[in-house]
Write a protein that binds this ligand. Structure first.
Ligand code: AG3
Length: 289
């Protein structure tokens, strides 16, 4: 065949032959963890790249374009988020953003794959210091649990104000995290007023998975919102689904609390722009109402 013009590149292939790639200088690390194949590359222009089972998790330059919209809209829409649960997110970027909120008294991160935490600590400039403190159990406001998020939610009695799911795609091993049963357990674990958010894949390439997750969330949560955001390194726009329990308006955020955050990507003063989407996606979601 021989059509490929890029030799020193890492390309993630999505369905339908859609690719997202980076020119790379070298591969720094590669291992098979207990759960997945993990690779770290040095890219030409975006710092280091973390890949799990062939899918891009983050690039150092631009990772906040994912972590900011995943964390801050829900944290700023909740009136007083004190207890936060992160499922997945072993690189630490999500928890790092959570802990920037002074309201947080306790955050728990449940990551199934210790290999991701270790490699991120050793190789990535994403949340090195935080991961170090978590591993040594020296972070006063946060705790790392290596374990299965599904079992954790089912087995615990603890309640949270915000639950954030930073998982791999809604296909393969993470599929359970998009099921009705899982959403029921999450709803149970939320306080009387609570917010749940999950990343939900590429708008264009995982539309069916997105619609399935939306439908399942609708069965469980009091209200469900869809929004998307342009994320560097993913097949953008990327989708996010928010489930509301109780009396919270996710279309409004606390701009006072937003002031100190100095965000680069998500703009709390333009919160309403999160909700724009391709027209056909809006029509499909409305059919699921
Ligand atoms: N977690 C979301 C990864 C989804 C990316 N999917 C893909 N590239 N096909 C990223 C972990 C960052 N904390």
């Amino acid at each position: 065949m021989g059509f490929s013009r890029e030799e020193n590149a890492f390309i993630e292939w999505y369905p339908l032959g859609y690719g997202v790639g980076f020119k790379v200088k070298r591969r720094l690390f590669e291992t098979q963890t207990d759960y997945q194949r993990l690779e770290i590359y040095e890219t030409e222009g975006f710092g280091k790249l973390l890949v799990l089972d062939g899918t891009v998790q983050l690039v150092e330059v631009g990772e906040a374009s994912y972590h900011e919209p995943l964390v801050h809209p829900v944290m700023l829409a909740h009136p007083n988020p004190r207890r936060v649960l992160v499922i997945g997110g072993g690189d630490g970027g999500t928890l790092r953003e959570v802990l920037r909120h002074n309201t947080v008294e306790k955050a728990v991160m449940v990551e199934i794959d210790e290999g991701v935490v270790e490699a991120s600590y050793l190789y990535l400039d994403v949340a090195k210091d935080l991961l170090d403190r978590l591993i040594k159990k020296e972070e006063p406001r946060a705790e790392l649990i290596i374990g299965d998020g599904v079992k954790y939610l089912r087995g615990s009695e603890e309640k949270f104000d915000v639950i954030i799911v930073d998982s791999t795609d809604p296909v393969g091993p993470a599929k359970l995290l998009f099921s009705e049963e899982f959403y029921r357990d999450a709803y149970e674990r939320l306080n009387e007023r609570g917010l749940y958010i999950t990343q939900a894949g590429s708008v264009y390439l995982f539309t069916n998975e997105l619609l399935d997750a939306y439908r399942n969330m609708k069965k469980v949560f009091d209200r469900v919102y869809y929004f998307s955001f342009p994320v560097i390194g993913y097949a953008s726009p990327w989708s996010f689904l928010v489930g509301v329990k109780g009396d919270i308006d996710f279309t409004k955020v606390d701009l006072e609390r937003a002031k100190g955050l100095d965000l680069q990507y998500y703009d709390p003063e333009r919160h309403e722009t999160l909700f724009q989407m391709p027209r056909y996606v809006r029509k499909l979601l409305e059919e699921k109402e």
